[in-house]
Design a protein around this ligand. Sequence first.
Ligand SMILES: [Mg+2]
Length: 236
Amino acid sequence: MAPPGPSETIGAVLTDVEGTTTSISFVYDVLFPYAAARLDRYCSQPDPGPELAAALSQLRREHDEETAKGMALPPFGADYARRLMAEDRKSTGLKLLQGLIWEEGYLSGALQGHVFPDVPEALAAWRVAGLRLRVFSSGSVRAQQLLFGHTGYGDLTPLFEGYHDTTTGPKREAASYAAIAAAYGLAPGEILYLSDVREELDAAAAAGLRTGLLVRPGNQPSEPGGHAVYGDFSVI
Ligand SMILES: [Mg+2]
């Protein structure tokens, strides 16, 4: 970790997930195909439980709204969900549906949340040093908790005091990081944000956070742009 300035110390670490704690490949090559392969079954459940029913009715509302706007879409159901996934659309209904599919996968042991090997040890060491840890990811809070709750290193969720997704705000806007600093109850300068995406780090820095760019295997090359650069968590 960069030495703190004379009047401030690091009190907390806020971490991104994809490309930072976790390989991008796990998300695109494991999680997304796992959900895609189960959309038909989930979308055509004759007797969905309350959570699945809520996810499907949210998805149907979105489908109806888009249809009303004149968009050419597949009929409501798995084909529509697949289209949203293929286009990487920000759909609340799709996120809910994927969350339920992944939950079943994690609970059955079919899915195991990927974290890089340096991550569990570093997080635990930071906690011992008194640092407070939170997550900020575009994946839903539920998806974050499932991933960290079912890693090959066991349940890492006791290490984190909080989780933020885009309901807190977009990842490339400074206001989101100010809101998270307020949730910590810390001055922004006491928080170190770790991410693989330069624009997110720029937004965090604009809000006054300290920043570190993670360069993990499989990440897109990124210009550091003044941010500290780390190959893994053990060197922070
Ligand atoms: Mg990322």
